[in-house]
Each structure stands twice: as C-alpha cells, then as structure tokens.
Design a protein around this ligand. Structure first.
Ligand SMILES: *Cc1c(COP(=O)(O)O)cnc(C)c1O
Length: 194
C-alpha cells in the first residue's frame, strides 16, 4: 500500500496511514507515547475521569495511566483483556470515560477480541482506544471492528528501519480534528525531517 500511495500522490504519511487503517482522520505525532497521551487527553477532557484498561499494556502506557493521569485524578482499573466477562463487568461498574487496550500486547503478546471489547465500550458510551502497534494494520484494522481511536508507535514496525521516532492517532475526522487542537496546544508535533 505504501508504494501504491507513493506512486499516486507522493510520500504522505497521513494518506498512507489512512489507507492502511481504512480511511479515517489521521494525526501524526512525535512518538508513540505522544499518540497515547493525545488520545487519552481527547477522550477524557469532557468525560468521566475513569479508565478501564487492559492489564498487560506497554509498560510506559501503564505508567502514564498510573503516575501521570493518576496523579491528575484519573482512576484506572486494569482488567484481563482475555476475560471478556470480567472486562464487561468492569466497564459496567466503573462507567469509564475511555477504554484502552492493545490488540496484541507488548511484550506479552496477549490478543484481545477487539470487536467484542468495542461492543462493550459502545454500550457504555466510552470511546475505545486501541494501540495497534504490534499487530500493524496489515494484521488487524481496529476501526473496522468498532474502535473509536487507533494509535501507533511509528517507531516500531511502521517505520521499519530503526531510524525514526513517530506516532499516529486515527479515528473519525471530527475526533481527529479535536485531537489536532490539543496537539497544537500541548506540542508533540512530528518533526518534518522524521
Ligand atoms: C513502543 C510502543 C509505544 C511507544 O512508542 P514510542 O514511539 O517509543 O514512544 C506504545 N505502544 C506500544 C505497544 C509500543 O510497542
């Protein structure tokens, strides 16, 4: 898809990511952690300050939820993503402002049922943020399975050459516009050289 898009309209990471993840709004940012941060900010700013999250996330994401958002008053409940009954019960009990999972978790490689978790989240009115870094859109496209936002560390497989830091947030165009405003305000813009 990258070569195909490049041929047609020049190298544009936004368009390439849109094509790869299935045609929604895309925001590039300075790192994967910035993508996680912006997605959480956008989800929580006007929603309950509670998160239900997978219990085996990337270490820095768990750390961000606990020590950064936690210190700011956001309560996070970590639940086994492979135990759907427990996950559903936690979402029903805590009525979160956001649900966060990794489609394939790094580094423990737990695979969650994104479609089922999307249905549980939608039922509770909570946006589902899926970190799709490990799966890549080649293996899984969470937006097609009902996720509200997909995030990527482009530092990993997407860039592929161990030479660039970057991240992406994808979602509905209106949501991505909202995240763009946050990015303009808090920083974390992708370096044009990257
Ligand atoms: C590496 C990674 C991140 C963070 O990405 P950086 O670009 O290093 O900030 C986030 N989520 C997952 C699943 C990762 O593997």
């Amino acid at each position: 898809v990258g070569a195909h898009a490049r041929e047609r309209r020049g190298i544009n990471p936004f368009m390439v990511m849109n094509e790869l993840e299935g045609g929604h709004g895309t925001l590039a940012c300075s790192s994967g952690m910035m993508a996680v941060h912006l997605a959480l900010l956008a989800a929580l700013v006007d929603r309950p300050k509670r998160v239900v999250a997978g219990n085996v996330l990337y270490g820095a994401t768990t750390h961000m939820l606990m020590t950064v958002f936690g210190a700011l008053g956001v309560e996070t409940h970590f639940v086994d993503v492979c135990d759907l009954a427990a996950f559903e019960a936690a979402v029903a009990e805590h009525k979160p402002g956001a649900v966060v999972v990794e489609s394939v978790s790094n580094p423990l490689l737990r695979v969650c049922a994104v479609d089922k978790i999307a249905a549980i989240s939608r039922h509770a009115g909570a946006p589902l943020i899926v970190d799709n870094t490990f799966a890549t859109p080649m293996l899984l496209r969470p937006l097609e399975l009902g996720a509200s936002m997909v995030i990527h560390s482009a530092t990993k497989y997407l860039a592929g050459h161990n030479d660039v830091l970057g991240g992406f947030v994808l979602g509905a165009a209106a949501l991505v516009d909202k995240i763009k405003l946050f990015q303009k305000t808090v920083g974390g813009v992708l370096d044009p050289h990257a």
